[in-house]
Design a protein around this ligand. Structure first.
Ligand code: ADP
Ligand code: MG
Length: 241
């Protein structure tokens, strides 16, 4: 049996626009299972980020219920969302500073993450001095610093060139395997969803709901060029449209 960390039942969310209620999410029933790599896949505007925020408890639904275990969480954003006035090291330790962690432990955690994410030599740089890929390395390190049970990632590779994105995908997968952390990632890339996810929640454009939850049939490591993989990408792409 899978332990359920987060559960949504019948979740509904809307936004007001010109005094009209626009449904953004409707009838969402989704579990986040401990230790899984869950992908939220859909076209732009289908409500993925909204659902991610609800799952994380950053927003509340207008209807239905979100049940959430009490646990540490980390966040990684498409635009990195680093603190521009803090150095790399200060960005990474931000969550620990909030948590009142002993200084020696902070030091060790930051040191390990700097090494893990290949940020040696940049500890005292500011975000503006870094490439996009390096910024996201800091973003990932910052999310991991608090030793979270769940990491929420909202299109973390969308702003990166394909080489950097490919490399960081592999690293995130490795981190997930090493740390046995739960990951929930938003993407609009079918290939990325199928490369990374254990399960893929596929959103349809309208009426803003989860069309289908796909169990990934491919064992890891996955080969995105394999015939079966490519066929599955095509199959899922048709669902997303
Ligand atoms: P996705 O992440 O899949 O691109 P979002 O969850 O960001 O989609 O948004 C889903 C829909 O809700 C979009 O049509 C967006 O314009 C609308 N929306 C999101 N946030 C707000 C908001 N704060 N106010 C009004 N509309 C919003
Ligand atoms: Mg989004």
């Amino acid at each position: 049996m899978h332990k359920i960390l987060i559960k949504t039942q019948n979740v509904f969310r809307h936004f007001e626009e010109d005094e009209k209620r626009i449904p953004v999410l409707r009838d969402i029933d989704l579990d986040v299972r401990e230790g899984e790599f869950l992908m939220l896949l859909g076209p732009s505007g289908s409500g993925k980020s909204t659902l991610l925020r609800l799952l994380a408890g950053l927003a509340e639904p207008d209807g239905g219920v979100v049940t959430r275990a009490k646990m540490g969480m980390g966040f990684v954003f498409q635009d990195f969302a680093l603190f521009p006035w803090l150095t790399v090291e200060q960005n990474i330790r931000f969550g620990l500073d909030m948590n009142d962690t002993p200084e020696t432990l902070k030091h060790r955690v930051v040191h390990q993450l700097v090494a893990k994410m290949g940020l040696q030599g940049f500890e005292h740089s500011f975000p503006r001095e870094l490439s996009g890929g390096m910024k996201q390395r800091v973003g990932i390190a910052r999310a991991l610093a608090v030793n979270p049970k769940v990491v929420f990632l909202d299109e973390p590779f969308s702003a990166l060139d394909t080489f950097t994105a490919t490399k960081l995908r592999a690293e995130v997968l490795e981190i997930w395997q090493e740390r046995k952390v739960t990951m929930v990632m938003v993407t609009h890339s079918v290939e990325e969803a199928l490369l990374l996810g254990d399960r893929i929640a596929v959103f349809s454009h309208r009426p803003a709901t989860i069309e289908k939850i796909i169990e990934n049939p491919f064992p890891r490591p996955r080969n995105t060029h394999a015939h079966e993989f490519v066929k599955m990408v095509e199959h899922i792409s048709q669902l997303v449209e």
